[in-house]
Design a protein around this ligand. Structure first.
Ligand code: ST9
Length: 617
């Protein structure tokens, strides 16, 4: 049996019963994907993920890809290659592409639901296969002459990478020094070194297209001086067929020896080795690199949030399985009786506490990812009608740093609880938790650290937007909080939600005041900078509690229908609904009071932190 425990029941409940996707699918821009087709797709992808993708993730952790310095190539293990082939042959990697690129144009919400299943089973495989998104970018932003790149990426399954980071430019992408010089034929020669390049070199595809940020000669400093170039591993001899020509001058110079996610080939790449130039082509023939790259970054941040959530979900389900069968100690009520029967550890209150937290975060994060995805459904629908939905776009922008930053931080913390549930055995390789923890730890780091997400949330998504998107979202949270009818069994939780939503609003306003104060007293901005991650985490807790409460409200309605005899509901389904209510109640009572503490800490922030002299540390 593979390590991967999927949760299709919760995925479908969230998509269809909570977010009403049955009303969206099969209509308008999503006409080609009906609800039944969507359910079939998820079932099929789940089967593939469990049966054909998951084992290779473990195998490639034990026997990772190998770098050969002679040929400067990377070879992935056979088991991984087999899994990758199975996935690519299934054709699902194309599902979200437009028909013009051979795709099925499935709704974003279905795409992210499907992504969870692959990311949970084999996260590195998902990274390698993300080529369709890159093709979409060329299709959208490239010149007509560049469109064949997109076609070949899709049809010939070429790999693709995003190249931002350099040895001296990590979070600060604008410090990048890779240089681009224009050639007489319209191409560019790039020189420089890029680091930490995911899927930078491998033998899963005949060609790899690198999307590279470089600074054209004479261009200004910072991110705005960067342009985006397409740099293929192999030149293309015949654009009509995609037949490959000579090797281009981009070479892997190292394969990073990482803590986890070892199956993913993270490479250092050298552009131009002194003999072979690294020839690139300016995307869209416009110098707008950082804005273009952010289309990719936004997608990748959503991938990382989904990856973290998927890892936590399978981690929790593995821990739960163990807790049901592992017998240790008596029930606490019989603690004085040394002859009392030993019980499964699921009977112990503290084990239950951490397991229900894991369940709350895993299912709440799934709801958060899928909620952001339904906002993307709105964007796609509006775009197709030629009437862009600016409110939906602003909400998606607001949610992305929370999906990426909050999901990765909480998943890492909760996976620690999952390992703890399994006890000393969890520390062994016999259980997948130790690998989940290693594979997930990177999620708080790459694609913009949590600190970067916190700053993005506050400075760009709240201040720059003058708090509109945040205000509108919290107004919806408040509606749910005020929603309970008389005798509502979730009344106490709704009250907690309303209080916490007000705390987040206040925190954001308080940080805004300090930002204003920094116009007169520049160091006041430090008080903001040390609290943006706090705001991110507090907002995440409120959104998760909100979505869990929405789920619980649906579950309570279903249970009431069953009680009235309006529908016949199987026992397992009734138990599922009861679990939803218990989770929402527990999460609200256990986690939401901490939001008040976040607010209080933020309000009491003083300058001491920044005043500690270096020799006093
Ligand atoms: C990495 C790889 O870590 C990890 C692997 C991931 C998995 C790979 C899988 C591949 C999947 C790909 C799929 C592709 C699909 C695509 C298809 C979709 C159709 N939002 O604030 P300023 C822009 S890679 C949007 O002054 P600084 C904006 O244009 C390494 N745009 O920033 C802005 O101009 P303006 C990851 C944004 O101070 C301009 O940038 N590395 C946003 O110059 C300048 O903004 C990182 O993630 C945004 N949120 O630079 C870097 N923010 O203001 C982390 C900025 O006029 N560092 N722009 O609009 C940062 O993010 C920094 O904050 C910084 C700061 C670099 C942006």
């Amino acid at each position: 049996m593979s390590h991967y425990r999927s949760n299709l029941t919760d995925l479908e409940f969230t998509l269809f019963e909570v977010f009403g996707r049955a009303e969206a699918y099969g209509r308008g821009v999503f006409a080609s994907t009906g609800t039944e087709a969507a359910r079939d797709l998820l079932a099929e992808v789940e089967r593939l993920a469990v049966e054909q993708l998951a084992d290779a993730a473990v195998d490639a952790d034990r026997t990772p890809p190998v770098y050969d310095p002679e040929s400067r190539s990377v070879t992935v293990p056979d088991s991984f290659r087999k899994a990758y082939r199975a996935w690519m042959d299934s054709g699902w990697y194309l599902a979200d592409l437009p028909a013009s690129l051979g795709g099925a144009d499935i709704p974003p919400s279905l795409h992210w639901a499907m992504a969870e299943l692959v990311l949970g089973a084999n996260p590195a495989l998902y990274m390698y296969q993300s080529v369709g998104g890159f093709a979409k970018i060329i299709d959208r932003l490239g010149t007509v002459a560049q469109r064949p790149w997109a076609r070949h990426i899709v049809e010939r399954q070429w790999g693709a990478t995003m190249c931002l980071t350099e040895p001296g430019a990590g979070s600060d992408v604008g410090a990048g020094r890779t240089k681009a010089v224009r050639q007489a034929d319209g191409s560019w020669h790039l020189t420089g070194v890029k680091r930490f390049i995911t899927s930078g070199e491998h033998d899963l595809a005949e060609n790899i297209v690198h999307f590279v940020l470089a600074r054209p000669e004479g261009h200004g400093p910072g991110t705005k001086g960067l342009s985006l170039f397409l740099v293929p591993k192999f030149h293309v001899a015949d654009w009509a067929t995609g037949e490959l020509g000579a090797r281009n001058g981009v070479f892997a110079t190292a394969l990073e020896d990482k803590m986890g996610l070892k199956a993913s080939a993270t490479c250092e790449l050298a552009f131009g080795d002194g003999t072979t130039p690294a020839v690139g082509w300016l995307l869209g023939e416009v110098h707008d690199g950082i804005r273009q790259m952010f289309h990719i970054i936004e997608q990748a941040r959503m991938i990382i949030g989904t990856k973290s959530m998927a890892a936590l979900s399978t981690g929790y389900l593995n821990a739960l399985e163990y807790a049901k069968v592992r017998t240790q100690g008596p029930d606490l009520t019989g603690i004085a009786d040394k002859t009392a029967a030993r019980v499964p550890i699921l009977r112990h209150p503290d084990v239950r506490r951490t397991l229900l937290l894991q369940k709350g975060y895993a299912e709440g994060l799934r709801a958060l990812v899928l909620y952001a995805a339904t906002v993307q459904d709105r964007i796609a629908t509006a775009d197709a009608a030629g009437e862009p939905d600016e409110d939906a776009a602003a909400r998606n922008d607001l949610l992305l740093p929370i999906v990426k930053g909050y999901a990765s931080e909480t998943a890492c913390a909760q996976l620690g609880h999952a390992l703890q549930t399994i006890g000393g055995s969890g520390y062994l390789r016999d259980f997948p938790l130790e690998q989940y923890i290693r594979d997930t730890r990177i999620d708080t780091l790459y694609e913009g650290t949590t600190a970067i997400q916190g700053m993005d949330l506050f400075f760009r998504k709240i201040v720059r937007d003058q708090g509109r998107a945040l205000g509108a979202l919290l107004a919806e949270v408040d509606e749910t909080a005020a929603d309970g009818a008389a005798g509502d069994e979730l009344a106490a939780e709704r009250a907690l939600l309303a209080e916490s939503s007000a705390h987040v609003r206040s925190m954001a306003a308080g940080l805004g005041d300090r930002l204003l104060a920094s116009l007169d007293e520049p160091t006041a901005i430090y008080q903001v900078g040390r609290n943006t991650t706090r705001l991110l985490m507090a907002a995440g807790d409120v959104l998760v509690a909100w979505l869990l409460l929405k789920q619980a409200t649906v579950a309570a309605d279903r249970l009431a229908e069953a009680r009235r005899g309006a529908v016949r509901t199987p026992g397992a389904r009734l138990a599922f609904y009861r679990g939803k209510i218990a989770t929402a109640r527990f999460f609200a009572r256990e986690v939401l009071p901490l939001v008040a503490a976040h607010r209080s800490i933020a309000e009491r922030t003083d300058p001491v932190l920044m005043e500690v002299a270096e020799d006093s540390w």
